[in-house]
Design a protein around this ligand. Structure first.
Ligand code: SF4
Length: 91
């Protein structure tokens, strides 16, 4: 399920826009400061518990959902950089 479809499902049935509306760049940022701010925004959201539960159920691939950071479909404490690790620099 895409992030957009997941968000649409979460917002079904609520009348007002959630605090993340129009701020998708913040919620899908890879920068730790942005991630922390997105988590703070979620704390004031009335659908935070449902949002996080749906993100877990649908294995949200990326972003902050319900105050939790997701990467590769699971909640993580901190974002792990993707890709091949850097080669060790010779001393
Ligand atoms: S919990 Fe966060 S990501 Fe989910 S709808 Fe609310 S503000 Fe948006």
């Amino acid at each position: 399920m895409s992030a957009l479809m997941l968000m649409s499902k979460i917002l079904d049935g609520i009348d007002t826009a959630p605090p993340c509306a129009g701020r998708m760049r913040l919620f899908f940022s890879h920068h730790p400061v942005d991630i922390a701010e997105a988590k703070t925004v979620c704390r004031g959201c009335p659908v935070a518990d449902a949002c996080r539960a749906d993100a877990v159920a649908h294995r949200a691939p990326e972003g902050v959902w319900g105050g939790a950071l997701f990467q590769c479909g699971v909640p993580v404490a901190a974002r792990v950089p993707v890709g091949r690790p850097r080669k060790a620099v010779a001393p």
